[in-house]
Design a protein around this ligand. Structure first.
Ligand code: BT5
Length: 322
């Protein structure tokens, strides 16, 4: 109901709409409308009200409310169901819980703040309230578990494309899960999976994008290595538009992936890569290796050519650009 009221007021802005008319259109009492307007004001909307002429919307808060996002999304699958929370421990953990309970493929879990946001291998992900996009997508791809790492690359392409096209920033992809600008980290992806030997139950793609970080509150290490979109684009960025842009692009690319067109996504990945043809150090469970990252193979693995001319194929690990 709150969403319907907001959309009606937006459509008619700058006109006033009377309580009587809203109640007729939406089929509820004027008292109910008044209560919803009061709730909207508590959510941060500014709505002018005059006893004779009615209500007029004058300010929409910078919040990722479900009803705002729904009005922007155009995808078929991703975002068909949205779970919104002010605060969670981690959107990936909540998404996992929901997936275990049977949440549908395409469900998106969004939070304004994470108190226990996480990166790979138990690392922490800084996710303060309203300063970025912290969200997870539940997917149930009909693929074998060995193909799941490709989904991280699909998400990275969606993310980099959205940031480039909407914010005009030359975002680059660092294998396998980082989005960088001028060597600093703008966004990261954490993909988790539940699977049996031959079948994926669900994949959770967790995405964190820094939009307007308060530099003064960054932990010491991060102030040297992290960046955020507003800083890089010298302007205010609508988190809502960026989120819908990322989800829509992910929706299109995910469908291509499921339909067997990973190779074209990989080409886009390579175009936006900041890893290919660079001298890199790769830390993985197998140890530390250095060499030229000369390609990504059809499975999404990093191909490294070492100093002695030998080749190494790396499926997962951390890359440091030299
Ligand atoms: C990642 O891990 O880059 C994956 C980040 C995924 C975060 C999303 S937010 C929504 C969803 N819910 C979650 O709980 N997580 C996902 P990794 O490659 O391991 O990088 C982690 C490292 O990045 C940390 O050890 C820090 O050095 C650095 N870091 C932490 N917070 C950062 C931030 N906001 N911006 C840039 N770097 C950060």
């Amino acid at each position: 109901m709150k969403g319907q009221i907001v959309s009606l007021l937006k459509k008619r802005c700058p006109e006033y709409v009377s309580g009587e008319e809203i109640s007729q259109i939406l089929g509820v009492s004027r008292t109910a409308i008044w209560k919803h307007i009061k709730k909207l004001k508590e959510d941060g909307y500014r709505i002018e009200s005059h006893s004779r002429i009615g209500y007029r919307l004058v300010h929409v808060p910078d919040r990722l409310f479900t009803h705002e996002l729904e009005g922007l999304l155009t995808g078929k699958l991703i975002g068909s169901y949205i779970v919104y929370r002010e605060t969670v421990n981690s959107t990936n953990d909540l998404a996992k819980e929901l997936a275990r309970e049977g949440a549908e493929s395409g469900t998106v879990v969004i939070a304004e703040e994470q108190t226990g946001g996480k990166g790979r291998m138990g690392r922490k992900w800084h996710s303060p309230e309203g300063e970025g996009l912290w969200f997870s997508v539940i997917l149930r791809p009909p693929i074998s578990p060995s193909e799941a790492p490709k989904i991280t690359l699909v998400a990275a392409v969606a993310l980099a494309k959205a940031i480039r096209e909407l914010n005009g920033i030359e975002a680059g992809i660092k294998w396998p899960n980082d989005i960088l600008i001028s060597g600093r980290k703008l966004a990261g992806i954490l993909t988790e999976m539940s699977a049996e030997i031959d079948r994926v139950n669900y994949v959770i793609v967790g995405i964190g994008v820094n939009v307007n970080l308060d530099s003064e509150k960054l932990a010491e290490g991060l102030s040297e290595t992290a960046t955020f979109i507003e800083k890089e684009s010298c302007g205010q960025v609508s988190r809502l538009r960026l989120l819908s842009g990322i989800l829509d692009r992910f929706d299109v690319l995910y469908e291509e992936f499921i339909n067997g067109h990973f190779s074209s996504i990989l080409s886009l990945w390579k175009e936006m890569s900041v890893t290919i043809n660079r001298w890199v150090r790769v830390t993985s469970i197998a140890g530390v290796d250095e060499g030229i990252a000369f390609d990504i193979d059809a499975e999404g693995a990093l191909l490294l050519m070492k100093k002695d001319g030998s080749m190494k194929r790396v499926l997962s690990g951390d890359v440091t650009l030299r």
